[in-house]
Design a protein around this ligand. Structure first.
Ligand code: NDP
Length: 433
């Protein structure tokens, strides 16, 4: 994205839809063509595309598509799109990004982008001999994999490593022994499910020959431990002061909250759900497979044998709060629905990302921002105060309020002793009478 004039975006949430589009244009966030596209509802999925994406398609299910501001990631500005049904998430992301921006922004790092494919072999007669045989023929395994998908090799990618894992039989659970062969594959700009699956199917008969076993299945693993993204932020305590809490108190309470989520799976799941609020929203907006990212992230959270917090919070030698988040992020910049969904295409232009690696950097930063906002609220005023303001809007609409009545119901609901649907309906009825 070109330099953004953030002053044009102030009080964005208060603007009408057409004012929002106009201010995005004025601020240099979107082009004229995209302003027209947005004003003509152009992010909707056309029927003919929807009908060709899944089987038995009978309609389209829409979600709000919002934008979070203030993200400064590795020195670059981003307006971050989020497809999301939950109130408060976009606001929390923007809020956190603003504080982290003042602290210098997010810094990210990535491992190589290598996807993992598996062939699971059963009934291998001599496991040690089979392992030895595979290890002696790794070059041949790699070249057969690459022959199965030559176009990715032409692009500069392809199968790079072979690993063998022995899963021992479990007499208690009554599961047999499996010999599992992994390929680590560079799928470049694609998430690569189809590339990986084609390669694994391509090498399975050869692995059967080498091992004397039978290939039970050949499939990519969504536990993408060779495609990790890390974001870090460092926040001075002067930016953490909140209400009656000093910056030092907020910092220390956030670190303690991190320890709690590290130690307790009951807390860790909720802690990580908050991270995934941001991650999923961007993954979905970018047209990527959010089930793949969800499954991999939760598996990564349990890598030590216990389900733990995905993020870590600590204090550095200067007393600053340091947050880090590492996630497996096998997202693509091409493939799947990315090239055919108009909203995913718009996301690409809005973020201006040039590679899948850059998209990884953005997504992991949004996850950390979301985590920061949730933890800061939880250790100070609690999340209900902010959340219920937006919840009031959903209740007002559920109660049947329309147009100007929505704001009137929301305002009265915020003052009411019980903020629920029944109260919203009573307020609306009184207004109508
Ligand atoms: P696609 O097969 O749709 O797209 C990948 C293809 O894009 C490549 O094979 C390549 O084909 C082409 N391509 C063009 N430019 C590039 C580039 N620069 N780098 C890499 N490839 C490029 O998608 P994926 O293989 O990425 O699979 C993603 C889809 O698979 C998602 O929809 C996902 O939901 C689904 N899926 C997920 C599974 C899972 O997660 N377990 C399992 C099965 C499917 P070429 O070189 O021939 O032009």
């Amino acid at each position: 994205m070109s330099p953004v004039d953030l002053s044009k975006l102030s009080k964005f949430y208060k603007k009408t839809n057409s004012e929002k589009i106009d201010s995005l244009l004025q601020a240099g966030v979107i082009s004229k063509e995209d302003a027209t596209l947005l004003s003509e509802n152009g992010l909707e999925l056309p029927d003919e595309i929807a009908g060709n994406m899944i089987e038995n398609q009978i309609g389209r299910y829409s979600l709000p598509y919002g934008v979070a501001f203030h993200f400064l990631i590795d020195g670059k500005d981003y307006a971050v799109p989020m497809a999301m049904e939950e109130p408060s998430v976009v606001a929390a992301a923007s809020f956190a990004a603003k504080i982290i921006r003042e602290a210098g922004g997010f810094r990210t790092s990535l491992t190589d982008r290598r996807m993992i494919g598996q062939v699971a072999l059963k009934s291998v007669p001599d496991v040690q001999k089979a392992i030895q045989n595979i290890e002696q023929h790794t070059e041949e395994v790699l070249s057969r994999a690459n022959e199965a998908h030559p176009s990715i090799v032409k692009r500069g990618g392809g199968a790079r490593e072979v690993h063998v894992r022995l899963l021992e039989a479990d007499t208690i659970e009554d599961t047999p022994e499996f010999l599992v062969v992994h390929l680590h594959i560079e799928t470049l700009e694609a998430m690569g499910a189809n590339i990986v699956n084609t390669m694994m199917e391509g090498i399975a008969p050869y692995l059967e020959e080498l091992t004397g076993g039978t290939a039970l299945m050949r499939i990519l693993s969504n536990y993408a431990t060779e495609c990790l993204a890390t974001a870090e932020c460092r926040i001075p305590t002067r930016l953490l002061k909140h209400g009656s809490f000093t910056g030092e108190e907020v910092r220390d309470r956030m670190i303690e909250a991190g320890h709690f989520a590290w130690a307790d799976p009951y807390r860790a799941v909720t802690h990580n759900k908050g991270i995934m609020n941001g991650v999923d929203a961007v993954v979905l907006a970018s047209g990527n497979d959010w089930r793949a990212i969800e499954a991999g992230a939760h598996a990564y959270a349990v890598k030590s044998g216990q389900y733990r917090a995905l993020s870590r919070w600590k204090k550095d030698e200067n007393g600053e709060l340091v947050g880090t988040l590492t996630l497996p992020l096998p997202v693509g910049a091409v493939g799947g629905s990315i090239g055919i969904h108009p909203a995913a295409q718009f996301t690409k232009r809005l973020l201006g990302y040039e590679s899948a690696a850059e998209l990884e950097r953005i997504i992991v930063s949004v996850g950390l921002a979301q985590n920061f906002a949730a933890m800061r609220a939880l250790v100070t005023e609690g999340i209900q105060k902010g959340h219920m303001g937006l919840q009031a809007r959903s209740l007002a609409i559920s109660a049947g309020a329309k147009g100007a009545d929505i704001d009137k119901v929301v305002n009265q609901l915020k003052e009411a002793p019980n903020m629920n649907l029944a109260t919203a309906k009573d307020i609306l009825e009184n207004l109508e009478n």
